[in-house]
Ligand binder design. Structure first.
Ligand SMILES: [Zn+2]
Length: 246
């Protein structure tokens, strides 16, 4: 199993397969402790580890009659670490029932997918703009763009909002595929950052819009993004920041 950069992962990333899988079984492979706290490692996980501007899932891991609350998840050194309040080394080897908070998962997937949609729409309407950063935490969501031109005078927020609503009503689906580094270069020739070219990577796209590398969770249908609203935008020099909520 590889992450979006193609690195081998000790944990199979089951959340890649289905955003709406809120429960699954997994084996507790190990426990550990780092500067964040105690953690457990699973052979596979439906818990999204915080990253890519998206918060982690929270939930529980039930090992026989022991209920382990998971308050934070992070991918470190190719391990997905599920953080716990105390040591659970007595549970190593147990096949456990993992449950994530479904409301938070869907909320995060909606906000994250909205970031993709805003990037896609803005880049289509204004080809001189390129999305360079996204943050999708509830109540803090924004996408930042960089312009290759000095002129952002023609930018119209109303035009962006209208286009967003139009595409949401078209009800496109999102799709993910794994590609080689060479395929990635073909699919995403103008990435604003570099990615190793010798590894498999996960890319995602909305409808038949261009692909972008991403390891996050996405809603299946854009209809789920009804109510998406741009709250403000700020132009500073060659950069544009668009804030939003849903
Ligand atoms: Zn994504």
């Amino acid at each position: 199993m590889t992450n979006k950069y193609g690195d081998e992962m000790a944990t199979k990333l089951s959340y890649y397969e289905d955003t709406y899988r809120f429960e699954d079984r997994a084996i507790i492979n190990a426990t550990g402790i780092d500067e964040i706290g105690h953690f457990i490692l699973l052979d596979q996980t439906i818990f999204y580890p915080q990253g890519g501007g998206q918060p982690s899932d929270t939930g529980t891991v039930k090992a026989n009659d022991i209920l382990i609350p998971i308050h934070f998840v992070k991918s470190i050194d190719d391990e997905v670490r599920h953080y716990t309040e105390k040591d659970y080394s007595n549970c190593v080897g147990v096949e456990a029932l993992c449950s994530i908070n479904p409301e938070a998962r869907i909320k995060h997937a909606k906000l994250h997918t909205s970031g993709h949609l805003i990037s896609t729409v803005v880049e289509k309407l204004y080809p001189q703009l390129q999305a360079i950063k996204g943050h999708h935490f509830p109540d803090q969501c924004y996408v930042e763009f960089s312009s290759c031109s000095d002129y952002l005078d023609d930018f119209s927020l109303q035009l962006v909002q209208n286009e967003l609503e139009k595409i949401i009503q078209q009800d496109c689906t999102t799709s993910n595929i794994e590609v080689s580094g060479a395929q990635l270069k073909e699919l995403c020739p103008n990435l604003p950052y570099s990615i190793p070219s010798n590894k498999q990577m996960r890319v995602t796209r909305i409808g038949d819009f261009p692909y972008t590398p991403c390891g996050g969770t996405h809603v299946k249908s854009l209809k789920e993004l009804e109510g998406l609203e741009i709250t403000k935008h700020k132009i500073k020099g060659k950069s544009l920041k668009i804030s939003y909520r849903i």
